[in-house]
Design a protein around this ligand. Sequence first.
Ligand code: MG
Length: 380
Amino acid sequence: MKFSKKVSAVILAAGDGIRFGENKIFVNIDSTPLIVKTLRPFIACQMIDEIVICVKREDKKKVEELFSCEKKAIQVVEGGNSRHQSSFIGINSTDSDYVLIHDGARCNVSVLLIERIIEALDSSSGVIPTVPLTDSVIENKGNGIKYLNRDDINRIQTPQGFPRQKLIEVYSELMIKQQCDIEKYTDNGSVWATAYQLKLVDGDNGNIKVTYPEDIKHSQNIRVGNGYDLHRLVGGRSLVLGGIEIPHDKGLLGHSDADCVLHALMDALLSSVSLPDIGNQFPDTDPSFKDINSTILLEKTMKLLEQKQAKPISVSLTILAEKPKLSPFVPRMKEKISKLLGLGSEKIGITATTTEGIGTIGREEGIACYASALIECFDS
Ligand code: MG
């Protein structure tokens, strides 16, 4: 969905990460640096026109390299010494109508939440996402404790959205009036609320801020999918498995090239994100798929996954074939699948086995494949 006004996202990633113990923006989560995970939903969201990332001076070049191939406009700027200084620098680096300010360490934000914030924006309100408290809370000022009613208290998250020009004015005013005291404001919403109304929208409990090393394990959105396929072996057809042609006196029969390895793999990928299977995606009644190379279908499947904001972490395949002996071809299959999935070949497991002469496979009537896929989603 496109928004009629220009919207920028400012990502605050210039903090010291003292509580985390190291520079967390480059910490890998499933082989992906945290800052890349944080940006992905903003890159995927069509309502966001540009992204500004505020980083420490020493991180600027490395962050620029991480996003050098992105099509969306991404600026990396040197942040300030505090959250508010970085916010002000980031906001001033854009020329949009609205600005969304987001913690660089909230790497599980969803496109849906980003859209919810943008849809709630108007010229006079700032928008912040909140979630209810589940723990009890007390006030402890040193002169005895007082239980507070948690129903009256919400936790505040980011992204927080504002009309850009008005937010600059509020910041400028506060900076003149209060100078160093501005740091008492804990987030951009608290700054905005000194002059204008705040609108609250529902946040997302999965949208946590990675603060301590143990938070990493809560920030993964992992799914699994399984697939299976079996095709009949017949004379007069080429044998194609795992995207490569294998010398044999028989091949697999099917509407496409009948590559049961890629077919099982596609079903595993589709299943992991709850999409209909390949029979529905690429029906054998459609003449355009007649004798089609299944690598093309896998490319289409990867596009479907991309639309669901998902990507594979690893896949595992078990091929059942009495003949030919497949182990010499496994490295080439891995190489092919590695390119198609954009995964290192060490993330692709392929086992080739016989069924000891038993059953359909054992009688060389067909070849089958089981596939499992582990997927990371960044949409929810
Ligand atoms: Mg098939």
